[in-house]
Design a binder for this molecule. Structure first.
Ligand SMILES: [Zn+2]
Length: 71
């Protein structure tokens, strides 16, 4: 049984996504580094209303994800 008090960042953990701009204001690409805090991390490139975005998926308990959704 999983312990609810510990973050679940395993491959089977529920995942959530956050959309990030693919480029900065000067048009330079943002570097994407694989998350070292959760295993299910992956990313996809999406086109949203003509804008290229990077959609990062993390375990919902991942500290990086928590930081991204709060920031
Ligand atoms: Zn993560």
């Amino acid at each position: 049984m999983a312990d609810d008090s510990t973050p679940n960042v395993n491959l089977s953990a529920p995942v959530g996504s956050v959309d990030l701009p693919a480029f900065d204001d000067d048009g330079n690409p943002h570097e994407i580094w694989a998350c070292h805090d959760c295993l299910p991390w992956h990313a996809e490139v999406v086109l949203s209303e003509g804008e290229v975005l990077v959609r990062e998926w993390h375990a919902v308990d991942c500290p990086q994800f928590q930081q991204l959704v709060q920031g």
